[in-house]
Design a protein around this ligand. Structure first.
Ligand SMILES: [Cu+2]
Length: 226
């Protein structure tokens, strides 16, 4: 009798212990204090002879951005040593007003990314990155192309026709990542308890890694300044 009570108590203890190991939310604020050069021009290519009549060095032809880029929103916060986590939908890299939108797109390894051309002009999207070199021959407004990203790394993207067009696809091994919103706050949900290295990365400023411990029942915060 005493034995079975002991077993029952042990069972209750184990059950409550595992039941309480609850995934938590990691959040924080990201501030970018370093001045970032807004435009990074690719090296000239043969298309710069301008066969299509879009002289991108003539800035008067370029449509202005609707508002200046908020660099904190370009940051990707990811948990380096986290489990892979749940699948997330692939991404979308739009071409609009001679701009790639978004400037930085994080995706999980194996994701597909669509590249819709929503401009009235043609673009020649390409990357010479090690992680995913590609070339998308020009296609018209309303058309799209799709590519899979199967290798982790940073894929820097340019346009053959418009030298000022530049964006980044960040291919991550984990789905525990987030980008800050307009309030510069990021939020990574459902993170199992554990000790983690968390990286905040900006394409022009590089990354910064900090440690955090996620404890069951305690949402954690971690702020970054780049
Ligand atoms: Cu273009």
């Amino acid at each position: 009798m005493r034995f079975s009570v002991g077993v029952a108590l042990a069972f209750v203890f184990l059950f409550s212990a595992t039941g309480s190991a609850k995934a938590e939310t990691l959040s924080g604020k990201v501030e970018v204090k370093t001045v970032v050069n807004k435009v990074k021009k690719r090296r000239p290519s043969r298309e710069d002879q301008d066969p299509y009549g879009y002289d991108d060095d003539n800035t008067s032809r370029r449509k202005p951005r609707e508002k200046p880029r908020d660099e904190a929103c370009a940051v990707v916060v990811s948990v380096i040593n986290a489990p892979k986590g749940k699948a997330r939908p692939g991404g979308r890299m739009q071409q609009l007003n001679q701009t790639f939108i978004p400037f930085v797109l994080p995706v999980v390894v194996g994701s597909k990314v669509n590249f819709p051309n929503d401009d009235t002009i043609y673009h020649g999207v390409y990357s010479e990155s090690e992680a995913r070199p590609f070339e998308l021959p020009q296609y018209a407004k309303g058309e799209s192309r799709s590519l899979a990203f199967d290798k982790p790394g940073v894929v820097e993207i340019f346009c053959h026709i418009h030298a000022h067009m530049n964006a980044y696809i960040v291919v991550l091994e984990t789905s525990f990542y987030a980008q800050p919103g307009e309030d510069h706050v990021y939020q990574i949900t459902d993170l199992p308890p554990g000790k983690y290295q968390v990286k905040a990365w900006h394409p022009r400023l590089g990354g910064k890694v900090q440690m955090v411990e996620i404890k069951s029942g305690q949402p954690a915060t971690l702020d970054f300044t780049l």
